[in-house]
Write a protein that binds this ligand. Structure first.
Ligand SMILES: *[C@@H]1O[C@H](CO)[C@@H](O)[C@H](O)[C@H]1NC(C)=O
Length: 229
């Protein structure tokens, strides 16, 4: 119906144009009809394209997660945390190795940011020793994850099958060490009865979950590679 109205609308425009004095340089009626037909056709195509776009657009602002991303996140203990973190990031390649790399990058950024948050509340007078410890622990965890990433990037440059038992073993050890730092922070806060803000508490949960996600992906890498290749 919309397209018919559009056509009627154009008919009206051309009627009005006919009333313009003949002195104005109007195209010949036949070519104007062709022009109206072309414009109408383009409009109809645009409406069809827009309508199709509305129905295929996902409800979230992020592009829909690829099937490989869903499959990789499904092997982790926190698939939703994994999907949320990785879908909002630009994932160029969707093989399990690239997904592992990206999840480590996101984890290291989050961990480092959390360390900065702890450091900033440590600046408040009446400092709590547990808060100071947490700032150090998460900074340590961040360096640990960054070194893991550098190692992976270096191994990948060598080409071939870089995900050897040794590399996988090392990566698992380093991520576990970073996770232990997170646990030590939580234990310290609890033991000292230190109260931190809800925002930091929530971020600690997310960060710790994200590290578990990384550990799960690397632990299941062999299986994932079999599925994907
Ligand atoms: C880890 O690397 C990220 C990204 O390069 C950086 O923002 C962060 O400060 C690093 N963290 C630490 C603890 O070095």
């Amino acid at each position: 119906m919309e397209s018919i109205n559009t056509l009627k609308g154009y008919g009206k425009v051309s009627d009005q144009e006919n009333q313009i004095p003949p002195s104005s340089p109007l195209p010949k009626p036949s070519s104007r009809k062709t022009l109206v037909a072309i414009v109408s056709l383009l409009l109809i195509l645009a409406i069809v394209a827009l309508t199709a776009g509305v129905f295929t657009r996902p409800p979230s602002h992020n592009p829909p997660p690829s099937n490989s991303l869903k499959a990789v996140c499904a092997v982790t203990p926190y698939p939703q945390t994994c999907l949320d973190a990785l879908s909002s990031s630009s994932l160029k390649e969707s093989d399990p190795e690239s997904i592992l790399e990206l999840s480590l990058r996101i984890a290291s950024e989050k961990v480092s940011a959390l360390s900065v948050s702890f450091r900033s509340i440590d600046d408040v007078p009446g400092e709590e020793p547990a808060v100071k410890d947490c700032a150090k622990l998460y900074a340590d965890a961040g360096s640990q994850l960054n070194e893991t990433l550098s190692e992976i990037v270096a191994e990948k440059k060598g080409g071939g099958n870089w995900m050897t038992e040794k590399v996988v073993g090392d990566v698992k050890t380093w991520i576990s060490a970073a996770m232990t730092d997170g646990e030590t922070c939580s234990d310290g806060l609890e033991e000292m009865g230190t109260v931190v803000g809800n925002e930091i508490k929530r971020e600690m949960v997310r960060v710790n979950q994200m590290m578990s996600v990384c550990l799960a992906i690397v632990s299941q890498m062999k299986k994932l590679l079999l599925v994907f290749h």
